[in-house]
Design a protein around this ligand. Structure first.
Ligand code: F6P
Length: 321
């Protein structure tokens, strides 16, 4: 079997560990492995490199992706997909492993069905918003990087007795915000999954100040329906008599050396993906739920909603009283 592997969409820490696990497992079983550069664009442009054991040496600890990544609009066109199929046939690739988020799984679902290509996915995104896995590769690193930043900001917040709105990534999902809010001891967390009430938030901040809280940290998920951190701060401004600052953490959440959890998850899932292909399992994403490997059809990974842990939300509220 000739196996192609690509990373697509936003990079996430642990993608390299997954590429390493896939390559080494495939070579162990006697397969050839081809790295496809810059996501689905590599199939359009025929930028394919053969991977050997050495190609993936010394990458388990590196963030980003050695294959490069892209969000490819062209791949989504009929013409783009036909071109991609030509490249796959040219290299005699029998199966393609894709590592990425919901857009990556959507592309794989359409392409695999239309052109009868065996594909299998690995969840790689900091957002943790894919159905079919407890955690996505890169989420743990992202929350630890964000937490480190929140801890630093807390020093300033406490010293100057200031209110801070800290915006974290997550696109349309609040997983990063919730985790960082709980671990960072935030006063409030605003996420897209729950309605944000500006008056209630202002009351809570005012109460906290009355109770003698010296600093308040509000974690805002970038996808919150009430707006981003600047917009929310602007709305709150009228109801509080308190100076505030806004910090947008941005791309520091995406890169950096993967945590042990991300390296372990990526290695386990990368290994499982090759073994799945050997059993002719494909057109699905490989995830881990309750420590067990599970296979979820591509379509369900992005159409079914992965629920947030509402206990975390409740705990944050109580612990910050
Ligand atoms: O999906 C990962 C993510 O980092 C989101 O959290 C964020 O909204 C988005 O990617 C940013 O996308 P881009 O890298 O295209 O700016």
């Amino acid at each position: 079997m000739n196996i192609g592997v690509l990373t697509s969409g936003g990079d996430s820490s642990g993608m390299n560990a997954a590429i390493r696990a896939i390559t080494r497992t495939a070579l162990h079983y006697g397969f050839d492995v081809f790295g496809i550069k810059q996501g689905y664009n590599g199939l359009l442009n025929d930028t394919i490199i053969e991977l050997n054991r050495g190609s993936v040496a010394n990458i388990i600890q590196r963030g980003g992706t050695i294959l490069g990544t892209a969000r490819s609009d062209e791949f989504e066109t009929e013409q783009g997909m036909a071109q991609a199929k030509k490249t796959i046939d040219k290299h005699n690739i029998n199966a393609v492993i894709v590592i990425g988020g919901d857009g990556t799984m959507r592309g794989a679902k359409i392409f695999s069905e239309k052109f009868k290509v065996k594909m299998i996915g690995l969840p790689g995104t900091i957002d943790n918003d894919l159905y079919g896995t407890d955690y996505t590769i890169g989420f743990d690193t992202a929350i630890n990087s964000a937490l480190d930043a929140v801890d630093r900001i807390r020093d300033t917040a406490a010293s100057l007795e200031r209110l801070f709105f800290i915006e974290v990534m997550g696109r349309y999902a609040g997983f990063i915000a919730l985790a960082v809010g709980l671990a960072g001891g935030a006063e409030e967390v605003l996420i897209p999954e729950t309605p944000t009430n500006i008056d209630a938030l202002a009351n809570k901040i005012n109460d906290n100040i009355r109770k003698g809280k010296k600093s308040n940290i509000i974690i805002v998920s970038e996808g919150d329906e009430a707006g981003n951190a600047f917009a929310i701060a602007e709305k709150i401004k009228k109801c509080i008599n308190e100076p505030y600052r806004v910090a947008v953490l941005g791309y520091i959440q995406r890169g950096g050396a993967p945590t042990a959890n991300d390296r372990i998850l990526a290695s386990k899932l990368g290994f499982a993906t090759v073994e799945a292909l050997m059993q002719n399992i494909h057109n699905c994403m490989v995830g881990e739920i309750n420590k067990k490997i599970v296979f979820t059809p591509f379509e369900e990974t992005y159409t079914k909603k992965k629920n947030i842990d509402s206990d975390i939300y409740k705990i944050i509220k109580i612990l910050s009283e």
